[in-house]
Design a protein around this ligand. Structure first.
Ligand SMILES: *Cc1c(COP(=O)(O)O)cnc(C)c1O
Length: 389
């Protein structure tokens, strides 16, 4: 048996492995387990996007290698969307590039920007690639705590000076997974001031700007004056357009950073399938706006259902104004989030995610995903309500 590279040992063991094993055992024993764990939209991709894909895929011109730079019409569609949606003006030639999902881009930015020993500042709790990416690239992830009393935005002043001096990347994400928080007013400006004149590239992971409630409209980081000088934004179509399986997004903003990412990518992959780029053009058009509104109304109803059920069992939560997640404090009497999630699985056959899986500052919380069909979500909520009154 050949031994794998040392770098694989740097990655912590998959935190959901034990949970998945327990769920599989229960299902094998005939128990009806409902998962509210994973954040993967249950509803289909909008028909206009599927139609555009079907048309594009029957066009032989889309069958060859795409270029890493992306189709001109794709880049133009992203720029038009950013203008219409965020009032952000992008040069489609130099400030837009397709990505094979935000995950690919976030990981590869680590390879493009970190030398051995360099630091990547990562939101904690946060998307696991903010720490796994730096580790695999030979860098050091340094955690920035997201605390409820600071509206789940990091205290940039608390970052140790030696780490700050070595920081080449900084990862944040609003509306936020897993906390459901929206950006605190003024924070993006603080971020620009923090990075201005430094060697730190800000990476705003924009996976949820299109999934918001109660009339809240999420801004782009790039709408902040000076943002394009210090950072990039990674926009994903996965969550907002029910397109997780399509692997489609765009990196926008700082042209030099995008050029570095492009140089790396020409050695790693061969770009985003052109038919998917054409489907994205349809998704980003105003024609998809009604569908997005409907999806958000749907999630908002689910959100209210879950928040009400949690209140019933004595768990107080602030209903989130964005994302597909409810982030809630673990009730008293449990030593850890993992222990509570275990209890919920054993007693109610409902899967929820322990906050500690997203970083040390996620401990004490659990996450519920709203991406389960209504009838199953209602059933799960009933079970939670019977759990402990
Ligand atoms: C889901 C998610 C991603 C991954 O997006 P893809 O475009 O599907 O790769 C990235 N960041 C956050 C915060 C997410 O929740």
């Amino acid at each position: 048996m050949r031994s794998h590279a040392d770098r694989l040992d740097l990655i912590p063991p998959y935190l959901f492995a034990e949970l998945e094993r327990k769920v599989a055992a229960k299902r094998a024993a005939g128990i009806d387990v409902i998962s509210l764990g994973i954040g993967d939209p249950d509803r289909p991709t909008p028909a206009l996007v599927v139609d555009a894909m079907q048309e594009a895929v029957s066009e032989p011109g889309t069958h060859q290698y795409p270029s890493n730079r992306g189709r001109e019409d794709f880049r133009r569609a992203v720029a038009e969307f950013y203008d219409r949606r965020f009032d952000v003006q992008l040069d489609p030639e130099t400030e837009v590039m397709p990505v094979i999902g935000a995950k690919e881009c976030i990981f590869n930015l680590n390879l493009a920007f970190l030398n051995p020993g360099d630091v990547a500042l990562a939101a904690d709790p946060g998307y696991p690639v903010y720490t796994g990416g730096p580790l695999l690239a030979g860098g050091e992830p340094v955690l920035m705590p997201l605390l409820p009393e600071r509206h789940f935005t990091p205290d940039l002043g608390a970052i140790p000076a030696d780490k700050r001096a070595k920081a080449k990347l900084l990862f944040v994400n609003y509306p936020n997974n897993p906390t459901g928080a929206v950006v605190r007013p003024g924070f993006f400006q603080e971020l620009v001031e923090f990075a201005d004149g430094s060697d730190t590239l800000v990476v705003h992971d924009n996976a949820y700007s299109e999934t918001t409630f109660d009339g809240y409209v999420a801004p782009s980081f790039l709408a902040t004056p000076g943002a394009a000088e210090v950072g990039v934004e990674v926009f994903s179509l996965s969550k907002g357009y029910n397109m997780t399986g399509w692997r489609c997004g765009a990196i926008v903003g700082n042209a030099e950073a995008i050029a570095a990412y492009w140089k790396l990518k020409t050695n790693i992959d061969s770009g985003l399938f052109e038919a998917v780029q054409l489907a994205a053009v349809a998704a980003l058009s105003p024609d998809a706006d009604d569908e997005k509104r409907e999806m958000n109304a749907h999630y908002q109803r689910r959100r209210d259902l879950v928040c009400e059920a949690l209140r019933h069992i004595g768990v107080e939560v602030t209903p989130p104004r964005g994302t597909i997640y409810i982030w809630a404090p673990v009730p008293d009497g449990f030593a850890s989030a993992a222990e509570y999630c275990d209890h919920v699985l054993e007693e109610a056959a409902v899967v929820i995610s322990p906050g500690g899986a997203y970083g040390p500052n996620g401990e004490g919380f659990f996450r519920i995903s709203l991406t389960t069909p209504d009838d199953r979500l209602s059933e799960a909520v009933d079970r939670l309500g019977r759990l402990r009154r």
